[in-house]
Design a protein around this ligand. Structure first.
Ligand code: ATP
Length: 474
């Protein structure tokens, strides 16, 4: 068993970052392998790690064990100091269920010394870890392990991992921005969860910007600003989601400014998410905007096709739902805007297949299940629609799209709209020119080339185009 465990760690080291190995895998202790039942018992040091490992790594460990023992092996996890781990295993202890009970009843070898000392349950360390976790308001399901990576988010993920490993040191603040449903919230929970799991008692708090605003209001009403300040300033990691909701909330912005200054001065980590990059935030104090931009600002882009397929396959697998690749490709080709939309589609397809008793999921079944979603996403995009959306986005008048005026603040949006018209509609260059106030087709061609070239070099323009495409595709 020891040989297996060593190999298992080595194999996991090839797939997982070192931080995850030291946080999750090394603290585990293999207790015994029951030959008759093909069950491997593994102890985790506290309840939090136990739940996490069971949820995120049991699958990988099980398949490695099955490979090693050349038959299907079940892995069960238990608390290291729990009576189950300590018992010499003559009879199943009360409260144990399923495989653990079977294993205990089957009579296993005595647990190793680390796990053998009888201890009162629950272990104090586990209780403390749980309490920290509850206070943090983190969702334990959102981890690095189940965050699918692709071109669209690899930078953001790398920065997030770096910050989770060296909080307060590498990038402070870390500012993540991107459109709806692209995984910003997921990623910041993953950072918080990783930090908690490292088990050094860090004080972590996730808060949505709206909640922070209402905390400020409550502190104001109760005249409890000192307490409010003490709490926020004492955190080691503050994760604040959707900061654009601070717009126009002056008192909130002021309080946040003080919290920000205090935390950064003490090398406490702040991570912020937003739907746009700092300079584009409206109604936010310029002092704050410059602070937001003073660490590392990274975009999360909408996922590309391959990544959308990978997300669908991964999510289907984790829900025990068999999805053929061609079905995943079909969904991913039609639903392009964000991950939340993909999750919704997956739920629909799986419910539909279950309801109609379809065991084998085909593209036709999928078309039926997603009829509504697909008709919306295939809705016609018109040049008029593009002109209006782009004008709103850049805060100019729609009439400027056809006018002959050429100041820079109008010329760029107009070129963007021409580019999108070429990309998203079937119209020819002369037809697009006509719709832009009777311009020549070479003007349109110039705009298309210019924007397409600029988008590959300027990440802000690229992001703006993604947002516009997402809006237009609904
Ligand atoms: N790369 C990814 N891998 C796996 N799941 C993802 C990924 N990106 C997003 N998700 C999932 O998609 C859903 C939406 O993501 P999330 O809530 O993090 O988006 P968001 O960017 O914070 O959006 P909003 O701005 O609307 O709050 C979540 O269930 C999340 O777990």
């Amino acid at each position: 068993m020891k040989d297996f465990w060593q190999t298992c760690i080595q194999r996991l080291e090839q797939d997982l970052p070192p931080q995850q190995i030291s946080a999750w895998i090394r603290p585990l202790v293999p207790l015994a392998f029951d030959e008759a039942q093909a069950v491997l018992r593994v102890a985790a040091p506290n309840r939090f790690k136990l739940d996490w490992v069971r949820k995120n790594f049991s699958h990988q460990i099980e398949s490695l064990a099955s490979e090693w023992y050349a038959r299907p092996v079940q892995v069960t996890f238990e608390l290291a100091a729990s009576p189950a781990a300590a018992r010499p295993a003559a009879a199943a202890p009360a409260g144990l269920t399923g495989a653990s009970a079977a294993v205990a009843a089957a009579g296993l070898a005595a647990a190793p010394a680390t796990a053998a000392a009888p201890a009162p349950s629950p272990a104090p360390a586990a209780a403390a870890a749980e309490a920290l976790h509850d206070r943090s308001r983190l969702n334990a399901d959102l981890t690095f392990d189940n965050f699918v990576t692709g071109k669209a988010n690899q930078l953001a993920r790398a920065a997030a991992l770096q910050v989770a490993e060296n909080p307060g040191v590498s990038y402070n603040p870390l500012f993540l921005y991107g459109g709806v449903g692209l995984g910003k919230t997921h990623l910041i929970h993953a950072i918080g969860n990783a930090l908690l799991a490292a088990g050094n008692g860090a004080r972590v708090r996730y808060v949505h910007a709206d909640q922070y605003v209402s905390d400020v209001v409550k502190a104001y009403q109760r005249k409890a600003f000192d307490e409010f300040k003490r709490y926020y300033h004492s955190l080691d990691l503050l994760l604040i989601d959707d900061i654009q909701f601070f717009a126009g909330k002056n008192r909130t912005q002021e309080e946040f400014f003080y919290a920000f200054e205090a935390m950064v001065a003490q090398r406490k980590q702040i991570i912020i998410t937003s739907d746009t990059y700092p300079k584009e935030l409206s109604n936010i104090d310029s002092r704050l905007i410059s602070r937001f931009d003073s660490g590392l600002t990274v975009a999360i882009e909408p996922p590309e096709l391959e990544m959308r397929v990978a997300i669908l396959l991964r999510k289907a697998e984790s829900e025990g739902f068999a999805m053929p690749e061609e079905v995943a490709f079909f969904i991913a080709k039609h639903l392009r805007s964000n991950v939340r939309e993909l999750e919704g589609a997956l739920r629909k397809v799986s419910a539909y297949a279950r309801f109609h008793g379809r065991e084998v999921l085909t593209v036709d079944v999928c078309k039926d299940a997603l009829k509504d979603l697909l008709s919306v996403s295939n809705g016609q995009i018109t040049v008029e629609n593009i002109q209006k959306t782009v004008a709103d986005f850049y805060k100019i008048k729609v009439a400027d799209m056809y006018s002959k005026r050429r100041p820079a603040n109008i010329a760029l949006p107009r070129q963007v709209a021409m580019y999108l018209a070429k990309e998203l509609t079937q119209k020819s260059l002369p037809e697009i020119g006509d719709l832009f106030g009777g311009r020549d087709h070479t003007t349109v061609l110039h705009a298309v080339r210019k924007i397409s070239d600029a988008r590959s070099k300027q990440s802000e323009l690229n992001h703006a185009l993604h947002v516009l495409e997402q809006t237009l595709k609904g």
